[in-house]
Design a protein around this ligand. Structure first.
Ligand SMILES: O=C(O)CCC(=O)C(=O)O
Ligand SMILES: [Fe+2]
Length: 416
């Protein structure tokens, strides 16, 4: 389930001034990069790795001035790297050709916490500014000439994992750029080049959100050694507030545009909601409490929520359900419904249909009788079986229906 690729037309009755404001809001929300990268100076000690697969093998390497022989010895101590498909580890050298050590097979003196400040300033969502980052070491990867890792998205490990961090050690190599792709854009990070052009001893780093596709291009010479971390929010540790030094005026611009929009009466003359598709993807299923998910928003989604909170606008996460034939009103539901095996009566309006699903869940006979149909019946605008999209709802009106899931009028932003 995701919200990033859905195209929702701006309602045809939106006025020109409204369209312009929507477009500006959209541009601000889409302008944040889903990663941050650079180089960080280190002392030589931080580049020492102790490694060994079992009790009978032990090695040590300093990844500053390691010789090809030392690097070859490290390669021999590693296993071929697998990758995750449907929760399983698969070995396929057409897809990923590299070597790796698991976290219990190596130790490193690298001080990852030195990146805290930078990640908070450049990468951590605004509402998470005070929350500490918990870095969990994932793998040591070793790429020889000819090694690569085709485009993939990292397997999320645990609910509050929000991203990945790659540390690139300063072993001389060429090729091996990390290419990131998100929402139709692409960025290439050539850490080997960045490290070589820095006069100080340094490592390269790239932190990116968990839903960003990435790829390691083939290594053409030398050895590329990386250490990966899974990034979590650490809610148990004390919160630290950094004062960002970089200037990011998106918050102010978003707030000003919002104010302008709300000051333009009548925005929604008959009442209604203003809904925004989430920019980032989140894992969820029927058990997901959308209120918990609100705590884990990333990037622009989090920025939007902070602006809403700041302006005392009631905001919540909702799932948008749209009937197959668009004959009834859309429903912004406060939860994810179990549609597997549900049955759509032709004269149902969508809200009634969803309510009936709730009712039938514990009614075994009805469920048996109504097996099949629903997945086929709920379709998106292109005719494919519908996916579930999570939307923002930020503006409503006193005259709103009392039913929590009925929508009288929705105004949505175009995603493209
Ligand atoms: O080594 C890298 O640069 C990236 C490795 C990676 O994408 C992974 O381990 O999932
Ligand atoms: Fe990856």
């Amino acid at each position: 389930m995701s919200g990033s690729n859905m195209s929702v037309p701006v309602p045809s009755n939106a006025r020109k001034s409204e369209r312009e404001v929507f477009k500006r809001l959209e541009n601000i929300l889409k302008s944040r990069k889903p990663y941050c990268s650079g180089t960080m100076t280190v002392n030589k000690d931080q580049l020492i790795i102790f490694y060994g697969r079992d009790e009978n093998s032990a090695g040590r390497i300093c990844l500053d001035d390691a010789s090809p022989e030392q690097l070859e010895r490290l390669v021999r101590a590693c296993d071929p790297a697998t990758f995750g498909v449907n929760q399983e580890s698969v070995l396929d050298e057409q897809y990923r050709k590299s070597k790796k050590l698991d976290p219990l097979q190596f130790s490193s003196l690298f001080d990852v916490a030195s990146l805290n400040r930078l990640l908070h300033e450049e990468f951590i969502p605004d509402r998470k500014q005070g929350v500490a980052i918990h870095y969990v070491r994932h793998k040591l990867n070793v790429y020889e000439p000819g090694s690569f890792f085709k485009p993939h998205v990292d397997t999320p490990r645990g609910g509050n994992m929000f991203g990945s961090l790659v540390i690139v050690f300063p072993t001389a190599h060429e090729g091996g750029s990390l290419v990131l792709r998100d929402a139709g854009k692409e960025w290439t990070i050539d850490s080997a080049h960045d490290i070589a052009s820095n006069p100080d001893l340094c490592v390269g780093f790239i932190a990116f959100y968990g839903d960003v596709e990435h790829e390691v291009l083939p290594i053409t010479s030398g050895y590329r050694v990386t250490m990966t971390y899974n990034l979590y929010y650490d809610r148990t540790s004390p919160t630290i507030v950094y004062v960002p030094t970089s200037v990011d005026d998106r918050y102010d611009r978003l707030k000003a545009t919002f104010e302008e929009m709300l000051d333009q009466p009548p925005l929604l003359p008959n009442g209604g909601y203003l809904a925004f598709a989430l920019q980032r993807k989140y894992g969820m299923d029927q058990k997901t409490d959308l209120r918990d998910l609100m705590e884990d928003l990333k990037g622009s989604d989090d920025l939007l929520l902070s602006v809403c909170e700041d302006m005392s606008l009631r905001a919540s996460l909702r799932v948008l359900y749209r009937s197959p034939d668009r004959a009834s009103h859309d429903v912004l539901a406060p939860k994810i419904y179990q549609l597997e095996g549900a049955h759509w009566e032709d004269d149902f309006c969508l809200a009634e249909f969803l309510e009936s699903q709730e009712y039938h869940v514990n009614d075994e006979n009805r469920v048996l009788r109504t097996l099949r149909l629903a997945r086929d019946k709920i379709r998106d605008s292109t005719g494919k079986p519908a996916d579930i999209w999570v939307k923002w709802v930020v503006k409503d009106d006193e005259r709103r229906d009392t039913s929590p899931i009925r929508l009288r009028q929705s105004t949505e932003m175009n995603q493209h």
